[in-house]
Design a protein around this ligand. Structure first.
Ligand code: DHB
Ligand code: MG
Length: 219
């Protein structure tokens, strides 16, 4: 099915996605720097941009920067006085992201914070609450990241979690993969969290079969 998913994505991208030289350059520089090709697909980036615009978010927290591709999609939807803080463990990835963010003209709105998110998240209390939070980092730490997202949320905050399906592995209760356990554990936490209304959406496309869990903080 992968070939069909990719060609359908191309069909709609050709129709709906304008050629964007900056995003093209950003993916090229991430590729040249040998970053893992685990950035969002363009239509997924556009979806995050759409959410940020739709809710009028002014403050965004992203956990997992990689080359800054998703940060740039979200940052573009911010108003002039908006701010996005994105957390990255790997200095080399953060350097690539900084350059990409600069190229995108977003250096004044997007701040990359380098270090283990378990160390940097506690330093962000003065920036909270965030309107929109995107969690897309190492999957075993999803439970920790969700805890911090809830600390830094307000009523109305939207939280989006990437890679919750992973080819359907999420339903494998015998999985030995710590990444799958991270998704399974955070999913149970979300289910047990009375402050959020959540749903999961499966996706197929150039990035394979995966999905997002999305939630709104309601109390
Ligand atoms: C992986 C991580 C991601 O965030 C993603 O979108 C796809 C793959 C990974 O670690 O393999
Ligand atoms: Mg991801």
């Amino acid at each position: 099915m992968q070939l069909t998913w990719t060609s359908v994505e191309e069909y709609f991208d050709d129709l709906f996605m304008e050629h964007d030289e900056i995003l093209h350059e950003i993916l090229k520089s991430s590729h040249n720097a040998e970053l893992p090709p685990i950035n969002l697909a363009p239509n997924q980036g556009k979806m995050l941009n759409f959410f940020v615009q739709m809710m009028g978010a002014k403050k965004i927290l992203e956990i997992g920067t990689l080359g800054g591709y998703s940060a740039i999609w979200m940052g573009r939807a911010l108003p002039d006085d908006g701010k996005l803080i994105t957390l990255e463990l790997v200095q080399r990835y953060a350097d690539v992201a900084e350059a990409n963010i600069h190229l995108a003209g977003l250096a004044n709105k997007v701040q990359v914070v380098v270090g283990s998110a378990s160390d940097t998240l506690p330093t962000l209390a003065d920036e909270a609450p965030f309107d929109f939070i995107f969690i897309d980092a190492d999957k075993p730490s999803n439970p920790l990241y969700f805890d911090w997202a809830m600390k830094y949320a307000r009523v109305g905050t939207i939280i989006v979690l990437d890679n919750v399906v992973r080819d359907g592995e999420v339903t494998n209760s015998n999985s030995k993969d710590e990444r799958v356990h991270g998704v399974q554990r955070v999913s149970q936490m979300i289910a047990d969290e009375p402050r959020v209304e959540a749903f999961a959406l499966q996706t197929v496309g150039s990035k394979g079969y995966d999905g997002f869990t999305m939630m709104r903080v309601v109390r």
